[in-house]
Design a protein around this ligand. Structure first.
Ligand SMILES: Nc1ncnc2c1ncn2[C@@H]1O[C@H](COP(=O)(O)OP(=O)(O)OP(=O)(O)O)[C@@H](O)[C@H]1O
Length: 254
């Protein structure tokens, strides 16, 4: 991490300053499954200093896109560059991806966090662990098996685990889709805190209220292509693409 040493050590006043680097550059990105084109030549530049919300109708290709950005899928064509270079094993370590359905180890809450901490040689493990439990509101459940947690608790754990190693980039795929308002609030507060501390966030959501609360810019994906990439306020006040207007007004797009 350049300016920010650790998530636990970060303070709310320790913000990234100075010029805004270009963390993500996507060129001509295409992805096919069999003969079916899913993504059809995407060009996109994202800077590090805005929380990006990725929206679009069901089947638009948002999840596939996130997986390509994180290197879980290999493009059929085109390139993904983070900070000017191809995604490598090392650069993936500075990213975290949180799924709609939390993927957790069949171990205790604490062990899930400890597992992540064990992936890197770091000194202040117990401090980080305690702070992560506290920030996720899970201290009282530290010894409980992760599999018996409620959906909201599981997602809070998944997010805490994603953040415990101070990623530069956090991508989230509909992280609050099945959560009640209280858990959604905790997740949103955690995302907003990470954003304030300088983590680049790319969030997929269908919830326009959530998008309005969190987004600084919106990328709107439609039929495997970017139909719009604009500041959040402009997107919600006056989307320029017919597809985004239809999506926001609740018309079904196929
Ligand atoms: N493994 C797969 N095999 C076949 N088709 C797939 C596979 N994964 C994704 N697809 C197809 O790719 C398209 C894009 O899927 P993706 O999950 O990225 O959409 P999405 O925009 O995230 O949708 P949603 O909002 O419903 O989550 C869909 O038509 C989906 O059926």
């Amino acid at each position: 991490m350049p300016e920010i040493l650790s998530f636990t050590a970060r303070s709310e006043t320790t913000l990234k300053t100075g010029p805004s680097p270009m963390p993500l550059s996507v060129r001509h990105l295409a992805y096919k499954i069999g003969d079916t084109p899913i993504l059809k030549g995407i060009d996109l530049d994202l800077t590090s200093n805005a929380l990006t919300v990725l929206m679009g109708p069901n089947g638009a290709g948002k999840s596939v896109f996130l997986r390509l950005l994180h290197g879980l899928l290999t493009p059929t064509f085109g390139e993904v560059h983070w900070n000017g270079t191809n995604l490598t094993h090392d650069s993936r370590k500075s990213q975290a991806l949180v799924f709609q359905k939390p993927v957790l180890l069949r171990r205790s809450v604490k062990a899930n966090l400890n597992f992540a901490l064990g992936l890197r040689p770091i000194s202040n493990r117990s401090e980080r662990l305690e702070l992560a439990l506290d920030q996720a509101g899970l201290s009282h459940l530290a010894s409980r098996p992760a599999r018996v947690l409620s959906g909201g608790e599981q997602q809070r754990l998944a997010l805490a685990r994603a953040l415990i190693l101070d990623p530069d980039v956090l991508m989230l795929d509909e992280p609050t889709a099945n959560l009640d308002p209280a858990s959604t609030l905790v997740i949103e507060q955690t995302i907003a805190r990470a954003r304030r501390l300088g983590v680049k966030i790319i969030l997929v959501t269908h919830d326009p209220h959530q998008a309005r609360r969190l987004a600084e810019e919106v990328v709107f994906l439609h039929e495997g292509q970017i139909a719009e990439h604009t500041a959040a306020k402009a997107f919600f006040d006056s989307p320029h693409s017919a597809a985004a207007r239809a999506y926001l007004s609740g018309d079904i797009l196929i």
